[in-house]
Ligand binder design. Structure first.
Ligand SMILES: Cc1ncc(C[n+]2csc(CCOP(=O)(O)OP(=O)(O)O)c2C)c(N)n1
Ligand SMILES: [Mg+2]
Length: 600
């Protein structure tokens, strides 16, 4: 197990409890959480888990794990999600019954779609109806609470004894961390939490319940894939859902170089390949740009490293024509697919399906191809990052925002925790797996602020500067997540690309209006966040953050950034409201608004 991160700057310290002689069911549950070395527990309080709450404060002293209070359950899970994107390890989010779980459900879906581990814990009013308090305990109880989230969690349980609760926590902890990772849910009966125990049970040793390592590729599949790749004239690697490991990063580069393969990356996912490398096929997007689609279409062999939506991506390149290249798929994602959630995306062809995690697959392929001579095509036909225009006075596009950020932060190791939908892949270079963390998995607006807080929390142990850029719609839906950062002193710099609109949907209305021959000028109605324009900096300040803005132009941003960095240096979370012009990259606008009848 990895070491827990260093302590936060601020922890609410309880007065010590008198030396304890009596123990409770929830003490044993809390002990198990400590044994699992869960460093932080995110929660919004609720009577259904008041027993566990007491155990965390008075039995464990609010230490290992430390509580982080959130103002909305969605943020509890989103913070754990952001943390897991960096650390690869789960935090616990405790959600009150049934309403807290309902509040948290969108964020659980996001974590599920993003394949990150989160230990979601919850509670129910006493399962024994005779023990329920009138009225409220009945509202706290459902016959099958986990049914609310079962379709997008990997496993759930409602243990009936303390021993079973400990075992269920171990199982949830193992399953959530086994690839494909995803949230698990354990629901504790209020009566079990509040039952007096004659003594604390012995704790199982978590080391004996660790998740299995990635399965190794089958020898026959590996041999076939290596042969195809070795003989390919135009191999292309789709670098998809990979880990934040630096070794894995270097091995992907080594494999691409050995094969002379071009590499395509995806802006929905964390950095997977150096965008400055000559074999990077061109700026990433949430959809392929025409230039990158052409690179893919030229492939005679495609190696997908758990690419998100391989089927849909092949369709972007080949349209309705048959995919005439050999497809090698390296993924364990099929293990998580179910009949409810379509986040498995369309069914891709796989001429060779290697069932293992991408890192293990790449290592094995490198070995299998160790005597392969790299072809002389390292710089052939490469699409480089677009030239970056200097901002003009009085204008602020998202590209200008990116330009000024690069200019002012070039000497720092920046981790981009999040980017807005209006971002284009050529605005920033990624040269390390922590340079960019990707999107939210499920497309849930409002997830941004919580995930920013969680990712910044995980990065506290590093030298990195956590910077996020989020949409104003995302900010407004999730802004109270920032209070937790102020309360716990988790520093970051978050810029809001504020176009005063849910602009993505303006594009949809424009598309529909065009199709129907109706006035596109009306696309803004029911979309614009204006009249009055919310004061975003004031909203951030109201959460206890340091905030600047609205910044109107590049010069304004240049003036504010040093102050933001100084505040960050003092350990403060910072928001900068930047007014930007509306606009998406053409590939994004087209990809987002296409209709079912469009082919390709
Ligand atoms: C919870 C939720 N509600 C609504 C949507 C639909 N939706 C997708 S993008 C978007 C607009 C987001 O606005 P903003 O963050 O400001 O980004 P912009 O499109 O303006 O760049 C909305 C409302 C969603 N994805 N999630
Ligand atoms: Mg917006």
């Amino acid at each position: 197990m990895s070491n827990p991160p260093p302590r936060l700057l601020h922890r609410d310290e309880p007065v010590p409890s008198s030396s304890e002689k009596t123990y409770w069911g929830s003490d044993a549950i809390a002990d198990m959480l400590r044994a699992l070395r869960i460093p932080y527990v995110l929660l919004n309080p609720g009577a259904s888990f008041r027993g566990l709450h007491d155990s965390l404060v008075n039995h464990l002293g609010n230490d290992d794990p430390q509580m982080l209070l959130v103002l909305h359950e969605e943020h509890a899970v989103a913070i754990a999600h952001g943390y897991a994107k960096v650390a690869g390890q789960p935090l616990a989010a405790i959600l009150h019954s049934n309403v807290g779980l309902m509040h948290g459900s969108m964020a659980i879906f996001d974590a599920w779609c993003d394949r990150v581990p989160v230990l979601v814990l919850g509670a129910t009013g006493p399962v024994d109806a005779a023990r329920r308090r009138p009225w409220i305990d009945w509202l706290h109880t459902a016959a099958d609470q986990a049914a609310l989230v079962r379709s997008f969690t990997k496993w759930d349980a409602q243990p009936a004894s303390v021993k079973a609760a400990q075992e269920d926590l171990l199982r949830a902890w193992r399953i959530t961390r086994t690839a494909p990772c995803g949230p698990t849910y354990v629901c504790f009966d209020a009566a079990l939490q509040e039952a007096r125990l004659p003594q604390l049970p012995a704790l199982p040793d978590p080391h004996r319940y660790a998740p299995p390592a990635s399965p190794a590729p089958s020898v026959a599949d590996l041999h076939r894939a290596a042969q195809w790749l070795g003989q390919a004239r135009n191999p292309v690697i789709l670098a998809g859902r990979v880990s934040r490991s630096l070794d894995g990063w270097h091995e992907r580069v080594a494999l691409a170089e050995r094969l002379g393969a071009k590499v395509i990356t995806d802006l929905k996912l964390g950095a997977a390949y150096p965008t400055t490398h000559p074999l990077h096929a061109g700026p990433a997007g949430m959809f392929l740009t025409p230039a990158v689609a052409a690179v893919l279409r030229s492939a005679d062999v495609v190696l997908s490293l758990d690419w998100l939506d391989l089927g849909g991506t092949l369709k972007q390149a080949w349209g309705d024509e048959p995919v005439n290249s050999r497809i090698i798929q390296v993924s364990v994602d099929h293990h998580i697919h179910n009949g409810w959630s379509m986040d498995h995306q369309s069914l891709p062809p796989a001429d060779c399906f290697i069932s293992c995690e991408p890192e293990a697959g790449v290592s094995a392929l490198l070995q299998a191809l160790s005597s392969h001579t790299p072809p002389q095509r390292l710089d052939a036909g490469v699409v480089t990052q677009a030239p970056r225009a200097v901002p003009e006075p009085g204008r602020m596009r998202v590209a200008d925002l990116a330009f000024v950020l690069r200019e002012c932060l070039q000497d720092k190791q920046v981790s981009l925790l999040r980017l807005p939908l209006s971002w284009a892949g050529d605005l920033w270079d990624f040269e390390h797996p922590l340079d960019f963390l990707g999107y939210d998995g499920g497309g849930g607006i409002g997830s941004g602020p919580g995930m920013v807080v969680g990712a910044a929390l995980a990065l506290q142990a590093s030298d990195r500067l956590p910077v996020a850029i989020i949409g104003d719609g995302d900010f407004l839906m999730g802004v109270t997540a920032f209070w937790t950062a102020a309360n716990a002193r988790i520093p970051f710099i978050c810029l809001v690309a504020n176009n005063r609109s849910f602009f993505n949907d303006e594009l949809h209305q424009e598309r529909v209006a065009k199709e129907r021959g109706r006035p596109v000028e009306n696309r803004w109605i029911g979309q614009r966040i204006d009249n009055p324009a919310p004061d975003l900096a004031a909203m951030a300040r109201a959460q206890g953050l340091t905030a600047f803005g609205p910044v109107q132009d590049a010069q304004g941003l240049r003036e504010v950034l040093p102050q933001a960095l100084a505040a960050f240096g003092r350990g403060e979370p910072v928001v900068i409201d930047v007014l930007v012009q509306t606009g998406y990259s053409p590939a994004m606008a087209q990809g987002m608004t296409r209709s079912a009848k469009d082919s390709g």
